[in-house]
Design a protein around this ligand. Structure first.
Ligand SMILES: *Cc1c(COP(=O)(O)O)cnc(C)c1O
Length: 394
């Protein structure tokens, strides 16, 4: 039997765009030269990398010289934060401001810095999942050297007031980094206009290949190397370039940015149909994160009285790929730090489902999810002692 599959986990990774694959193919086959070589054969690989740098810069509102290619979002986050911290140390600053619901690539990097004596303030994000600009302002101190706030959250999709935080930090003379991995390619991002000093992105979150990303770093910002060696990336990130990956990333990014205005409303509409349908069909369910200030493709709903993991397994039997509230710490029983940060109780956080749709998600896919999820939730509740307890308490 051929089973239907609905991929609704685009926040975890996305399908490679055929256009990106086509652009990559020459560099995986005939054009295998090393971009650093002096002969003409290597030059064509070099031109591919140079053109990709210009494309990324044009899409995101920065200079080509401000683009540093990396192996992905985690490396970009580590590089930005660790190098900012090293520069802070030289200036005698030791305080960093971030938020409670950052990606682990940021939070664990900050944990490592705390062990080295840095002080970290994690701001609350309230029940709507949005950090307040006035909280950032209130947390600034003379010894603050870095503010790092994600552009959009990977679990609940909430979009942060990045331009306002950027303006605040620029005025205060404090470096501002944003993990924009979930935002780039999905909503408008402009590095210069939003007063961002450092920005992380990752290709596989916008239909590019895995294992490639970039750190944008504003010209004039002093920062050191994460990887020492050859002279690639303006001597700041050594290692022979991932030519095919870089070219694929730039192609996917341009594709997403060019069509964004056309695709965003339709994706948003499907998202809202999914949210409304699930909330209406399931009692004691709630949407996590702000209703409107959220990514076009993000749905995150908690169903009281069930285990998200069981829900995922049952949806998998129907060919629906989704994620739960504890996917990032799989193997552990801790609920997601993101859901706890917006005030959910542990039990409720455990019953969460994240569905992240994309441009190619069809209305039939939405219908299919709306048909399958409510009966599965009902069935799990029938078997759940926790649900019995909730009902009795009513
Ligand atoms: C996926 C993700 C990352 C990590 O990116 P990789 O390229 O997989 O290392 C970092 N931050 C956020 C918000 C993400 O969603």
């Amino acid at each position: 039997m051929i089973q239907k599959m609905v991929y609704a986990d685009n926040a975890a990774t996305t399908k490679l765009a055929p256009e990106a694959l086509a652009a990559m193919m020459p560099y995986l086959t005939e054009e295998y030269g090393n971009p650093s070589s002096l002969y003409a054969f290597g030059q064509s690989a070099r031109e591919g990398v140079t053109a990709a740098r210009e494309t990324v810069a044009a899409c995101l509102g920065c200079l080509p010289a401000e683009v540093y290619f990396t192996s992905g979002g985690s490396e970009a986050d580590n590089w930005a934060i660790k190098m900012a911290a090293a520069a802070m140390k030289q200036k005698g600053k030791h305080h960093i401001i971030s938020t409670e619901f950052e990606h682990h690539a940021v939070l664990h990097t900050l944990d490592a810095l705390k062990k080295q004596g840095f002080e970290v303030t994690l701001l609350p994000v309230y029940d709507n999942g949005i950090v307040r600009v006035e909280d950032v302002a209130a947390a600034l101190r003379p010894e603050t050297g870095l503010v790092t706030v994600m552009f959009a959250n990977n679990e609940i999709g909430t979009v942060q007031p990045i331009a306002a935080i950027g303006a605040l930090c620029r005025d205060a003379g404090v470096l501002f980094h944003t993990d924009a991995v979930q935002a780039v390619g999905h909503i408008p991002v402009n590095f210069a206009e939003m007063n961002i000093d450092m920005l992380s992105l990752s290709a596989h979150k916008f239909h590019g290949p895995k294992g490639v990303g970039a750190l944008l770093c504003r010209r004039g910002v002093r920062f050191g190397n994460l990887i020492d060696g050859g002279a690639q990336e303006n001597r700041r990130r050594a290692g022979t370039e991932n030519t095919a990956g870089i070219v694929g990333m730039a192609t996917a990014l341009k594709l997403c940015c060019d069509r964004m205005e056309d695709t965003m409303p339709a994706v948003t509409q499907k998202r809202d149909r999914l949210i409304d349908g699930l909330l209406a069909a399931c009692v004691r369910s709630r949407l996590n994160g702000d209703r409107t200030a959220r990514l076009p493709g993000n749905v995150n709903i908690s169903f009281e009285g069930i285990e998200g993991e069981s829900l995922l397994l049952m949806l998998d039997m129907f060919g629906i790929c989704a994620s739960s509230g504890s996917a990032c710490t799989s193997g552990s029983l801790d609920p997601s730090h993101v859901l706890l940060s917006i005030g959910l109780e542990h039990a409720v956080a455990h019953g969460s489902l994240r569905l992240t749709i994309a441009e190619d998600t069809t209305n039939e896919d939405i219908d299919y999810i709306l048909e399958k999820v409510p009966p599965v939730v009902a069935r799990l509740r029938e078997m759940s002692p926790l649900w019995e307890h909730i009902i009795k308490a009513d």
